[in-house]
Write a protein that binds this ligand. Sequence first.
Ligand code: MG
Length: 316
Amino acid sequence: MSAQDGSAAVQAPGARSAVTCIDLDRTVIYSPRALLLPGTDHTAPRLLVVEVYQGEPLSFVTEQAARLLPVLAAATHLVPTTTRTPLQLARVDLPGVGRQQPGTARTGRPPSSGPSFAIASNGGHLLVDGVPDQDWNLQVRRALSGCAPVDQVHAHLQEHRGDFMENLRTASDLFVYCVVDRAELPASWVVELSGWCIERGWGVSVQGRKIYCVPGPLTKSAAAREVQDRTGAGRLVAAGDSLLDAELLQAADAAVRPAQGELADTRWTTPGLHITTAPGVLGGEELVRWLLAQVGSHPPGTPGSGAAASAAAAPR
Ligand SMILES: [Mg+2]
């Protein structure tokens, strides 16, 4: 299951004509409480740990998804596209992509493939070979100059925090998030917060135990378009599960979301959107197969699809 094997397998004329932006948490990688495995423990798929936090395994993909991701990375400009900060993203070692740290973000990529890209902080950071791009950072700061300042939003949350709020953070000096006890969180609190934020050009997204407040112009799609410009790729393919991903999915030429998550909870859709059948980590694997079919010369599992088909059809 080496990334090198997959990367070498699908270098074909016309390949990498697309940028494929994949949200990570609860789209491709899943924490233990988000796995949503069906059936009994005795039928569970084998999982690969892709993130360790404070010495404990935190995020997983199925072993099959781990086989397919390097194939996908060879067939497209595969761009991890997350609301995580660069520091949080650097904990993730995604098969076929590697860690987003200077000197390590090219793991498994052929030397001729050009720079690797990753989008962090909901579009606030564009990482090029693991290094934050300063030009992009300046562009983002300019775009946000018309929004309410991050300190004002942080102060509002601080003023209205309740016992349900476990911590409150400013991320990358760009947006604010807090971790809450969902069982104790009053539904009206999120509604009121959303109303207050909207009036100031900000939006709110609830993802598991985290509530994000993000300025409107801070978008994943703006950074995705920047990657398209820099790579010359004409097509944008995207995957995501939360309200913060909605504008990225709408901007894409082809888009997919998992069967669970914030978008699923609100039955959100957009023309042409594909929705996985399975939720959780198996939905993540299904989603990678779908992406591979979107960008591959041949859909996986069909005659002539070569290594892509072999990897996709390999037994567990
Ligand atoms: Mg997500």
